[in-house]
Design a protein around this ligand. Sequence first.
Ligand code: NAP
Length: 251
Amino acid sequence: MHGLKDKRVLITGGAGGIGLETARRFLAEGARVALLDLDPAACQRAREILPSLSGILLADVSDAKQVARAFGELDALFGGLDVLINNAGISIRHAFLDITPEEWRKVIEVNLNGVFYVAQQAARRMWAGAGGVILNMGSTNGLTGYHYYADYNASKAGVIELTRSMALELGPKVRVNAVCPGFIMTPMQEAEYTPEMRRSFEVKVPLQRLGKPEDVAALFAFLASDEAAFITGQTFVIDGGEIAGGLASQA
Ligand code: NAP
């Protein structure tokens, strides 16, 4: 991809899953990459897997003060920021009738408030500097209804609308887009699902497989690169065709 070499990239939730694979991809593109994540042990593992990382910031994205402190550390590390991959997120599987106020708050605080706190810190630096790219992590769950994830679905729909609004206010200096994956098999899920469960998901997808973290990392790399210089305010679905047809696709 053109234009990623030496770019200063921050990836939240970068210690595992899609975030870690995205860090690997940006490093391979010649970028300088820092991670922001919660768990010190997971961060240590990430450093061992990717020794060329520039730095790791420990913070909970749902805590505005911790995020501000982490960006202070980032200033000392990079002296600015060119690309933000705003990826950290959580989900809880529970029926709508059972969601507690605490669970609702937790999911919204991490997935929506956290995305806002991190995006604002990044955008202020990009706005004051030479500009940049912000890529927010949405989900197909933010575009259509799914059982048992009402809080998560609402948080991701919020991320998509936040993305559009940011793109309006931050152009022409900062491009802002949302990436909406369907079912992506992270190492954690791979360990969790039986082959039968996996097959039952795969048959619902036109491309007949689940996504890989590398698939999403490639989309992030493209959207952050100069190849995507005229793209902002958009939502990119990467789901093997899962939501292409809705009910009409159920033969
Ligand atoms: P993952 O493997 O659980 O990775 C998420 C990372 O974010 C973990 O390292 C996690 O740390 C960290 N994190 C969680 N809460 C945080 C907080 N409050 N502050 C800072 N870091 C925090 O999940 P993933 O599947 O790669 O998902 C990454 C993103 O993609 C999420 O936003 C998710 O909603 C979205 N997504 C995933 C899929 C999918 O099928 N996998 C589909 C659509 C969208 P801990 O492990 O210590 O909690």
